[in-house]
Design a protein around this ligand. Sequence first.
Ligand code: HEC
Ligand code: HEC
Ligand code: HEC
Ligand code: HEC
Ligand code: HEC
Ligand code: HEC
Ligand code: HEC
Length: 379
Amino acid sequence: MNEYVAIPPIAVHHNGMEFIDSKVCLECHRQIVEDHYQTAHFKSFQIANKNTIQGSFEEGKNRLELNPEESIKMVAKDSGFYQEARIGEQHQLFYSAKMDIVIGSGTKGESYLMWHQDQLFQLQASYFTPTDSWINSPGAPKKIAPARPVIERCLECHTTYAQNLSGIKKGNRFRKTNIVYGIDCQRCHGDVVAHVKHHRLNPDEKNGQNIIKYNDFTRQQRLDACALCHSGLRKEVTRNAFEFTVGDALKNFSVPDYDENSLNNLDVHGNQYGLLKASKCFQKSEIMDCSSCHNPHKKERGNLAMFNQKCVNCHDIANNAIVCGGDQSKIKDMSNNCVQCHMPLVNSKTMKIQIPDNEEIAVQVRTHLIGIYNKQDLN
Ligand code: HEC
Ligand code: HEC
Ligand code: HEC
Ligand code: HEC
Ligand code: HEC
Ligand code: HEC
Ligand code: HEC
């Protein structure tokens, strides 16, 4: 008879559910776990250290000039990594703030958070991957500004769980020891303790037990599991986003904080769900959801051949489906890159950054409004 030794939780939800380290899943789901550790989800909220901070601390590359008199210098010390604000001709030290947490996987960029007791703040210097440089955090003025409080909303989308101690939604106090960093298995799979216990005691059991099954979900339930964080800004109707468990109806928790009926309100940044829903592919097929193209456990960015194959799976002449009306030889020359023409990169209306010596630039995101863009491309 196998014996089960209880696993100490790494955090506990305010509803009592235990979170356990995803390393525990390795023993039975090795490939999924190893793949998952490479994803932007897993890396979206991490402890700051020399591996997770991508910006440079090298002399000459470690300064962010805000104006001729004010700058921020990034400094690596034995005790950690700091942002030092300096003011005036003598570059006098105004403050030195420790970078405790990295938010953002660094695919496009990273921002840095610091603890002041149990309060969480965003620091002024961020990192932008396309230019490999330090930038002023989006929305910050071109002068030394106070660190901005980080409210629960950021954490709802970038972590698995964090416990708000503020008593109010807009507070920035959290229980430091009760946070599950990154978007880990349990954000998408819920309670797992009884599942692990069952399978440890019954190693011959081939069917997953005591675990929520995506196969039993309706399309809307499957979509809601992703729309929780990929449908733009939402306003709460009843309950907090951390109380949402996959399988729940998202509309009972929150509703879009914009008019859904106008495409103008759907930004490419953060609203993949709204845009996909407005596409013909989605409206005219009964099965399309996020998993039609994405494996949620894998880092797939850049693998356009794989994504294009997903289009062809549905748009295949053999299935009598509608196929591309474009010039076939031209499309072949483009290695059948359906995505490039039908899901182009589009400037975000909300995610804008200042790069040194430049005006604001918009960050580009792949639109999920699948459609016909430049007809002239083909002629
Ligand atoms: C002692 C072995 C064992 C451990 C540990 C374990 N699982 Fe499983 N799990 C299984 C088996 C066996 C299945 C069924 C076969 C399969 O789907 O891989 C399964 C299936 C699943 C499924 C699919 C359910 C379905 O049918 O849709 C999920 C999700 C899952 N496990 C999540 C986890 C997570 C998350 C962890 C870590 C917290 C974990 N498991 C740890 C053995 C285990
Ligand atoms: C708890 C919030 C949350 C949930 C739930 C969630 N995501 Fe995400 N997702 C994010 C955040 C935050 C990022 C950006 C992470 C980063 O780069 O720091 C992201 C990034 C992504 C990316 C881009 C990956 C890359 O390589 O840049 C894809 C694709 C994605 N999510 C798909 C999904 C799908 C599919 C689901 C549902 C099965 C889902 N997400 C559920 C929050 C979430
Ligand atoms: C962003 C959400 C998300 C995260 C994070 C996530 N999963 Fe999943 N997982 C899903 C979805 C969605 C499915 C169902 C896929 C489908 O049916 O197309 C799934 C299916 C599974 C399955 C059954 C099917 C299969 O692929 O074998 C297992 C087992 C599983 N997940 C384990 C894990 C483990 C272990 C982790 C953490 C290391 C994890 N998942 C993290 C969303 C997620
Ligand atoms: C509604 C969910 C949501 C909220 C709230 C949210 N984010 Fe994000 N964030 C995302 C998603 C989704 C992405 C990546 C995909 C995209 O651009 O659509 C992302 C991307 C990022 C990135 C870039 C990561 C990369 O490398 O691509 C940073 C940095 C970031 N968010 C920081 C923050 C901060 C700081 C806050 C709070 C002020 C915040 N986010 C609030 C969902 C959210
Ligand atoms: C799940 C199946 C499915 C997948 C996957 C799929 N589509 Fe579609 N798509 C459809 C259906 C169904 C229609 C509507 C056909 C009709 O009008 O009868 C459609 C319509 C279209 C249209 C016409 C849009 C318009 O506004 O007239 C384009 C372009 C298109 N798809 C491109 C793509 C591309 C590119 C991909 C891959 C990124 C893709 N599709 C993936 C099912 C799918
Ligand atoms: C028809 C295929 C298709 C479907 C369905 C689909 N995606 Fe995507 N998605 C893509 C492609 C293609 C990319 C670009 C990948 C790359 O840049 O390598 C992408 C990129 C993303 C990104 C990163 C955007 C960026 O530029 O940073 C996120 C986040 C994302 N998808 C989330 C989702 C979510 C959530 C759903 C469901 C609501 C979904 N996707 C449904 C094809 C799809
Ligand atoms: C060079 C850009 C380009 C590429 C690459 C491309 N398309 Fe198109 N596609 C177009 C244009 C332009 C149209 C509109 C043609 C018209 O209206 O005559 C179109 C039309 C379509 C339609 C709608 C047809 C209809 O009858 O309404 C579908 C479906 C489609 N493409 C799918 C795909 C798929 C799948 C791929 C990848 C194998 C692909 N396209 C690659 C430019 C492109």
